[in-house]
Design a protein around this ligand. Structure first.
Ligand SMILES: [Zn+2]
Length: 371
C-alpha cells in the first residue's frame, strides 16, 4: 500500500502507475511495439524499474511486468566490462519485488541514459528509415527539421544488450533525449512520464512515412489449398499477405533480416514457393527435413503468405511488423540487412534464447537466473 505520510514515495508510486498506463498504450500500438519487443523504465531513488524480459508492454496494467534493478552497481559493472551487466539479474533489488522474472535484455541501455523515464520502441516508421542506405541521415534530417537539433544522436547497429548500452553510454547526456538505433528502433527519454510520452509522439510524427496503399480484398482460397496437409497455415493478419502480393514489399521481405526481433521471433530465413502443389511438395522435401525445420514464414509471390504452425502470437506480431515496415520503404531505397555475423550473435546469445523460451506457449514460468 502507498505510504500516504511520505510524499516522495507517493509521487514515486504515481509515476510508476503513469508509466504502466503509458507502457500499456505503447504496447497496444503495433506501429510502436510488437510482441515482447520494446521496453520502458523509470528511475527513482537509485532504482531502475524496467520491463521484465519476455513480457509484453501491452500487459503492463494487468500483470506485474516491471522489475526493480539497482542502478549504481549495474553501471559500475557496465563500465568495468563485468559480464554480469548483460543479464543484470545480480542487481535486482529482490527486497522490492516478489517477481521471479529477469530484467529486460536492454536493462543496461536504460541505466545508461541519465533521464528518469526512458522509452525504447521498435517504431515501424523509424525502422523503415534505418534499414536503408542513408536512412539514419534521413531520419536525422527529419528530426532537425522538426526542431530537435542538438537533442538527438544516431547509433549504428550493434547487438542489443551490453554492446548497445556501451554505445548509448558514450552519447548519453541530459540533452540527448532521442536516440535513433540503426537496424533496430528508437529511444526517447524524458524528465517524467508525460514529458517522455509527448516527446515520443512528436518524434514519431517527425519520422512518419505513410504506408503504401494496399490493394483491395482478394481470395485466400488458393493459399488454403496450397497449405492443406502442410505445416503451414494462413497468417493471423490478412494485411500481411501484401508482403508477397506487392512486388516492392516482396523485395524488402527477401532482402535478409533487417532488425533483431525479426531474427528472434521468425528466424533468419524466409521461404518462397510457387503457387502449385508440386512446388510445395518440393519445397517441403528440401526445407522441412527434419520435420519442423521449415522457415517460419513462407511467401507465395503474387498470391500471399503462409506461417508455420509453430509460429506463436509473438511471431505473428513480427509478421505484421515486417508488413508495416515494408509498406513504408520506397521502391528505390537500397536495403541494408543485418550481416551474417550480426545474426549469429543474436541467435547464439543466451539472453535471447531465454526470451524465446518465454514466447513458447505453455512454457513453464522461469526461475530467477535460470538459463
Ligand atoms: Zn529493441
Amino acid at each position: 500500500m502507498t505510504d500516504r505520510t511520505n510524499p516522495d514515495l507517493e509521487a514515486g508510486t504515481e509515476a510508476l502507475a503513469a508509466l504502466r498506463r503509458l507502457s500499456r498504450d505503447i504496447g497496444r500500438d503495433r506501429a510502436l511495439t510488437q510482441a515482447a519487443g520494446g521496453n520502458t523504465s523509470l528511475k527513482q531513488d537509485g532504482i531502475l524499474w524496467v520491463k521484465a524480459s519476455g513480457t509484453w508492454l501491452a500487459e503492463a496494467e494487468t500483470s506485474d511486468i516491471f522489475v526493480p534493478v539497482r542502478i549504481a552497481p549495474l553501471l559500475d559493472a557496465l563500465h568495468a566490462g563485468d559480464p554480469r551487466a548483460e543479464k543484470a539479474t545480480d542487481f535486482v533489488a529482490s527486497d522490492l519485488t516478489a517477481s521471479a522474472l529477469r530484467p529486460s535484455i536492454e536493462t543496461a541501455v536504460h541505466a545508461a541514459m541519465p533521464q528518469p523515464v526512458v522509452l525504447h520502441v521498435h517504431c515501424v516508421n523509424t525502422i523503415a528509415h534505418v534499414v536503408t542506405e542513408g536512412g539514419e541521415a534521413q531520419a536525422a534530417q527529419r528530426l532537425t527539421d522538426a526542431g530537435f537539433e542538438g537533442r538527438f544522436a544516431c547509433i549504428s547497429y550493434c547487438r542489443p544488450g551490453v554492446p548497445l548500452a556501451r554505445q548509448v553510454a558514450r552519447i548519453a547526456s541530459g540533452r540527448t533525449d532521442i536516440v535513433i538505433l540503426g537496424n533496430h528502433g528508437l529511444i526517447v527519454a524524458g524528465t517524467g512520464v508525460a514529458d517522455a510520452a509527448e516527446r515520443l509522439d512528436a518524434v514519431v510524427a517527425a519520422l512518419e512515412i505513410p504506408p503504401r496503399p494496399t490493394a483491395e480484398a482478394f481470395d485466400t482460397q488458393p493459399l488454403a489449398e496450397l497449405s492443406a496437409g502442410s505445416p503451414y497455415r494462413l497468417p493471423a493478419d490478412p494485411g500481411a499477405h501484401h508482403l508477397a502480393r506487392d512486388p516492392d514489399m516482396l523485395r524488402v521481405a527477401l532482402a535478409g533480416p533487417l532488425y533483431p526481433d525479426h531474427v528472434i521471433f521468425l528466424g533468419e530465413t524466409i521461404g518462397t514457393v510457387a503457387p502449385d502443389a508440386g512446388a510445395m511438395a518440393d519445397y517441403l522435401r528440401i526445407w522441412d527435413a527434419p520435420p519442423g525445420a521449415a522457415p517460419s514464414l513462407l511467401l507465395v509471390p503474387g498470391v500471399g503468405i503462409l506461417v508455420n504452425e509453430r509460429v506463436t502470437a509473438g511471431g505473428e506480431a513480427l509478421v505484421g511488423c515486417l508488413a508495416d515496415v515494408a509498406a513504408r520503404i520506397p521502391p528505390d531505397a537500397v536495403l541494408v540487412p543485418l550481416s551474417a555475423d550480426d545474426v549469429h550473435q543474436l541467435t547464439h546469445w543466451e539472453a535471447e534464447t531465454y526470451r524465446q523460451t518465454l514466447d513458447r506457449p505453455g512454457a513453464p514460468a522461469p526461475r530467477p537466473g535460470a538459463a
